[in-house]
Write a protein that binds this ligand. Structure first.
Ligand code: FCB
Length: 465
């Protein structure tokens, strides 16, 4: 063989060796950045929680899902369209909470809870644009007074999916004046409720509202349009910003955050770099873009198949004091050239809940670590729970997710609270009353509440009074 051919082979050898080394180094980098989360062995035993002082331990609900009688929002209208809600259910009387405030607060006390996250219903409070319903405001003010008297710290959400019909009529989350209208609503909330409320949550799961409402089209407004979806994302981001500014101006001790749904996305094969890359892209887009926009002061969203959003929004900077995480599941991500956006997303191999999502408490630990590493702001688990009508999964679910929280705290994450979804069974959006998330089981006819599986474990884990 001539020496030039040998030299050529040698160069190819070096090149391939270099590529392999680069691949290995990148793999090691990703493994270190996203190590496989592992829970301590005692996560399944009845461990002692020893929460930090002032830790919030409570349940979460949303107005439209529990109150009953909310007829003036986009959901009420959507529910009337045939085929939109499973079994033809409607929110109707929901869990009847509007008339059972005292009874439900007694349930919180029985659970050993010290806090309650709930939403106030914009369409009740401003049924017609520009007109406040004083009686409805008073109802919430009284509820908050009762909560505090019962030792329950209120965490008030301003927008949990439902929009007043008058706003939906002109584009809802994509209406140009949505942020301004929402800001005005937040200012009114600060004025009327601020003296009693410290913990505010501006919006709940903006990405979920965007995906179901504008991508899957299974929630209001029921469209499938990725460009509009990004517009809704931007609208929700600006609405959050307007609300935060209004709260800061109207309630000097306002402690502001929001609740973001986070899925633990994992590459289906940890040593497949392409899958690592795709999984990160999806996680950055779905889990983190709302918070990253706030951190950077630029409205940003980028995911395969969507128009890219990147616009200055300096007013967003500093608008949150804490980071809210709603956690329910893990998803495995594969690179799939034939699939939409070239990504295939599926459940992991573990047990599935009634909602057909994988139960994976380790994912909560990973997301708490990542949220802390990214922002170094206090974190609150604003929702976590399981659809489990038989009650076989909830006790261990509650225990293991609480253990993930305890482990994160032990590692130095500044976790301030944990809210179980939910206090009682309720109207689960497009699933109607099919999914049972309550620590109290609700009889759908009589609305009577009885302790569900998992409530004893929740009580056992409550911070000592
Ligand atoms: C969350 C929602 C909440 C409830 C739970 C099960 O995504 O914020 O309203 O539906 O899921």
């Amino acid at each position: 063989m001539s020496s030039s051919v040998i030299g050529w082979f040698r160069r190819i050898g070096w090149f391939l060796g270099g590529l392999a080394a680069l691949y290995l180094v990148s793999c090691v980098y990703f493994q270190r950045k996203h190590p496989q989360p592992v829970l301590g062995a005692e996560s399944t035993t009845p461990f002692a929680p020893d929460w930090p002082k002032g830790f919030l331990w409570g349940t979460a609900t949303a107005a439209h899902q529990v109150e009953g009688g909310n007829a003036l929002n986009d959901w009420a209208r959507f529910e009337r369209l045939p085929g939109k809600i499973a079994h033809g259910d409607t929110s109707g009387v929901a869990s009847g909470h509007w008339n059972k405030v005292g009874e439900d607060i007694a349930l919180m006390r029985d659970l050993g809870a010290n806090s309650y996250r709930f939403s106030i219903e914009w369409s009740r409070l401003e049924p017609r644009e520009g007109t406040w319903d004083d009686a409805a405001w008073q109802h919430y003010a009284d509820e908050i007074t009762q909560l505090k008297a019962a030792g329950q710290e209120p965490v008030v959400t301003l927008l949990h999916f439902t929009l007043p019909a008058w706003l939906a009529d002109r584009g809802g989350a994509t209406a140009p004046d949505f942020p301004a209208r929402f800001g005005r609503f937040a200012a009114e909330a600060a004025r009327r409720l601020g003296p009693q409320v410290r913990w505010w949550c501006t919006v709940n799961e903006p990405q979920v509202q965007m995906f179901f409402g504008y991508v899957a089209g299974t929630w209001p407004p029921g469209v499938k349009d990725n460009a509009l979806a990004v517009k809704a994302f931007e609208g929700l981001l600006k609405a959050h910003g307007a609300a935060a500014l209004a709260l800061r101006a109207g309630d000097p001790d306002a402690y502001i955050g929001l609740a973001s749904n986070m899925i633990y996305f994992e590459p289906a094969h940890r040593w497949n770099l392409l899958e690592q890359f795709v999984s990160n892209t999806v996680a950055n887009g779905f889990n983190w873009s709302f918070y990253e926009s706030i951190r950077t002061g630029r409205a940003q969203f980028s995911m395969p198949g969507f128009p890219t959003l990147d616009a200055p929004a300096p007013e967003l900077k500093g608008t949150i004091d804490w980071v809210g995480i709603n956690y329910y599941r893990r998803n495995l991500v594969r690179f799939a050239p034939g699939a939409p956006g070239m990504v295939d997303i599926s459940n992991g191999p573990g047990t599935l809940s009634d909602a057909k999502v994988e139960i994976y408490p380790e994912g909560l630990l990973a997301l708490l670590r990542e949220g802390w590493a990214r922002y170094h702001l206090p974190i609150v688990i604003t929702e976590n729970g399981v659809a489990d009508s038989s009650g076989v999964h909830r006790p261990i679910y509650v225990r293991q997710h609480a253990y993930a929280a305890k482990q994160a705290i032990a590692e130095g994450v500044d976790l301030r609270g944990f809210f179980h979804w939910s206090l009682m069974d309720n109207f689960e959006w497009a699933e109607g009353y099919g999914w049972r998330f309550g620590l109290y089981r609700m009889d759908l006819k009589t609305l009577a509440r009885t302790p569900a599986a998992g409530s004893e474990e929740f009580k056992r884990l409550a911070p000592a009074r």
